[in-house]
Design a protein around this ligand. Sequence first.
Ligand SMILES: NC(=O)c1ccc[n+]([C@@H]2O[C@H](COP(=O)([O-])OP(=O)(O)OC[C@H]3O[C@@H](n4cnc5c(N)ncnc54)[C@H](OP(=O)(O)O)[C@@H]3O)[C@@H](O)[C@H]2O)c1
Length: 290
Amino acid sequence: MSLPTLFVSGAGGNLGGLVIEALKAKSYAGKIIAGTRDPAKLSGLSGVEVRKADFADKAGLVAALEGVDRFLIVSTDQIGQRLAGHVAAIEAAKQAGVKEIFYTSMPNPEAPSEITFAPEHLGTEDAIKASGIAYTILRMNWYMENMLGSLPGNLKSGQWFTSTQGGKNNYVARIDCARAAAGALLKGAEGKIYTVTGPAALSNGEIAVLATEVTGKPLTVIEITDEQLAGGAKAAGVPDFVIEHFIIPFEQFARSGKAAGNTDAVETLWGEKPQSLKAFLTGHRAALVG
Ligand SMILES: NC(=O)c1ccc[n+]([C@@H]2O[C@H](COP(=O)([O-])OP(=O)(O)OC[C@H]3O[C@@H](n4cnc5c(N)ncnc54)[C@H](OP(=O)(O)O)[C@@H]3O)[C@@H](O)[C@H]2O)c1
């Protein structure tokens, strides 16, 4: 019997690319297909077949999914418009006879949510369940990489303004999310939802201590209100969209405890424990102090 054919969408993106690498690292002997809007970008990729796959082109997607058994839908970056694309991908999968779907969601997307894009993830999960296709949903917690956007500035000023009030996030390295997704693809659909987390939920105060240990730079966490945080960000020139859809909702989400879950999903699906935040920060020391 031949091994299932695997298809990874968004293979031109960070996560999708790492999933392909993780599958290759496990020496998967079946066919791996890398789907992307721009196949030319992946022309140097060896050991996999590259197919054009754009969720905005459903007919093209049905053709791209020909012969595919297991389909990983990497959620797109088209925030605000991605539910339609994800639903098109699920419908195309059904039309093409795909047997199993895997999807990269977010933790606790149920309503009401502080996160303005949570309904897109929940809507996608619901559409997958309604499709009747076997599935595994991977609710990825926030990437450790997200911190590389703000921590260098905090370390430079020595101050970290936050309204999390000690609320915790269990950040997870993107590579560990990719490994969990690859492991899920190799395992096959289980009709299950995994929440994919790092090894420990940490408050911003605890993260600041780690950042100081790694860089030698002092960092003081200063608790303020959402309104003060939004005002400060605006004064610093941060666009309103970013403040309203990312900065404040993420602080509120941490406060709610919904990003603080701790699971062994990475180890269960991939066979190795996820990396710690301290190891991640150590590996990115140059970016933190640069
Ligand atoms: N957990 C977190 O902290 C976190 C942080 C950021 C993002 N995310 C989510 O996780 C996803 C993967 O993260 P990432 O770091 O790999 O993001 P990324 O590098 O920005 O990649 C964006 C992805 O969206 C895909 N995409 C965009 N439009 C598409 C379309 N019309 N049809 C099919 N695919 C489309 C791209 O695929 P191609 O370019 O190959 O076509 C690419 O894989 C993101 O797209 C976002 O939904 C999660």
